[in-house]
Design a protein around this ligand. Structure first.
Ligand code: CO
Length: 162
């Protein structure tokens, strides 16, 4: 059970790079996705993206329906936000790669995300609220964007990191 090392720092070049699309849905991808998921669970994150463990590929893990009966951990490969609401909302975010930093970020209230599972199956999810927020935060990661770039003001409060 491999736990990968989470890299940190707002100027870290790996966290700031544009990640590459996954081309091969092979055993290596499945193993990496499993390791990434375990790393997120151990770090008590709500989500984690591949660049956060030093790999610039378009893969992330997100916990959806957090702390409800329908909680599920999704692996999203080559995700694209294909539509979003006009409406936005402000909510608190933190990031496993920016320890101790929390702040309010404006995000679209609803998004439609198209992605592939590690077996190469195409999926389309319509998400809202915290589910939409985590997917927008992780999609930013694979484009080299961190939440502090969009943050209105820093917060003292310590909440969820993803
Ligand atoms: Co993050």
């Amino acid at each position: 059970m491999a736990k990968l090392k989470i890299i940190t720092g707002e100027h870290n070049p790996i966290l700031r790079a544009m990640s590459e699309k996954v081309k091969k849905f092979d055993a290596g991808l499945k193993k990496f996705a499993q390791d990434l998921k375990e790393t997120m669970i151990k770090a008590k994150g709500l989500g984690i993206a591949a660049p956060q463990v030093g790999k610039n590929i378009r893969v992330f893990i997100a916990i959806l329906n957090y702390k409800t009966e329908s909680q599920v951990i999704m692996t999203m490969v080559n995700p694209e936000i294909i539509t979003h609401s006009e409406e936005t909302e402000i909510g608190e975010e933190g990031c496993l790669s920016l320890p101790g930093k929390f702040g309010n970020v404006e995000r679209f209230k609803r998004v439609t995300v198209e992605f592939f599972d590690p077996d190469g199956g195409r999926q389309v999810f319509e998400l809202s609220g915290l589910n939409a927020r985590v997917v927008q935060h992780e999609t930013d990661h694979i484009n080299g964007v961190l939440f502090i770039d969009k943050m209105k003001e820093a917060e003292e409060r310590k909440g969820l990191a993803f």
